[in-house]
Design a protein. Structure first.
Length: 276
């Protein structure tokens, strides 16, 4: 009888220990998951603070979000109070997105007043040369050199309240008053106009007309286009917000995946020689 009681007591203790172990394991797993989630959030926060970008994943699509805001900083460092996008931070991100097989597409968010012409064109040229699906979205404004940055993506969107300013190139600092200076400005404006025409649906002649318009801006030369007007002129592809831009990017990613599958299927299909 005593042995039975002892056995029963031992079984109860054993069950309690197992239950405690199970609770401990569950708690440990929850802590690990919480710790992992915290690490991911910390990493995203660091990406946003350091480079103004973040890589998002919903399980089906992995999208890198790149922001171009404030003033595009080029070869000279701008004052500390200026909100800037540094091109030496943006260029490596674009290359990494193109080469990283785990990233499906690129979403570019713009709200910029413009900035350094050569730096802006360098970023725009890189994006326009990407094979990986990419979409741009103009929020607030895409002014000056922000125009080539907005239209360089495979598909471009603009919200109805956003504006785009098209105006001639300007130069800070000392300007030498010789005919060669004017020739240099003309060539630079031609570079911008040709790039915009090649990557959008606007004609070079029409783009130059908008750039040289003297009847709209009070103290400047150029044209300000709102969302609908930018689409009507052929600069931007669609009027839409974030959901429309992301949906379009998802569709482009699906199309690219299907094309890759078809290509792999053709490669793996054995060739049959009909002459045999």
């Amino acid at each position: 009888m005593s042995n039975k009681k002892h056995s029963t007591h031992h079984d109860k203790n054993s069950k309690k220990e197992k239950a405690q172990d199970a609770v401990s394991e569950t708690s440990s797993e929850n802590e690990d998951e919480t710790s992992q989630d915290t690490d991911e959030l910390d990493q995203r926060s660091r990406e946003i603070i350091e480079s103004g970008s973040v890589t998002m994943s919903d399980g089906s699509y992995v999208i890198h979000c790149l922001t171009i805001i404030g003033q595009v900083e080029g070869h000279f460092i701008l004052p500390a109070q200026n909100k800037t996008t540094k091109y030496e931070h943006v260029i490596p991100q674009i290359v990494a997105v193109e080469e990283d097989p785990s990233i499906d597409g690129l979403l570019i968010i713009l709200n910029t007043v413009g900035g350094d012409v050569e730096a802006g064109l360098a970023i725009a040229e890189l994006i326009s040369g990407m094979k990986k699906p990419n979409v741009s979205l103009v929020l607030g404004g895409g002014h000056s050199i922000g125009v080539p940055l907005a239209i360089c993506a495979q598909q471009s969107f603009i919200v109805p309240t956003a504006t785009m300013t098209i105006h001639p190139v300007r130069m800070n600092g000392i300007v030498v008053g010789v005919p060669q200076t004017l020739s240099y400005f003309d060539k630079m404006q031609d570079r911008i106009g040709n790039f915009v025409a090649q990557n959008s649906h606007i004609e070079p002649k029409r783009f130059k007309e908008l750039m040289m318009n003297t009847g709209e801006l009070v103290l400047d030369v150029g044209t300000v286009l709102e969302g609908e007007e930018a689409v009507e002129e052929g600069l931007i592809d669609h009027v839409g917000g974030l959901s429309e831009a992301v949906r379009c990017l998802h569709q482009m990613i699906d199309k690219a995946r299907n094309a890759n599958k078809e290509q792999k299927a053709k490669i793996n299909t054995p060739h049959i020689d009909k002459n045999q």
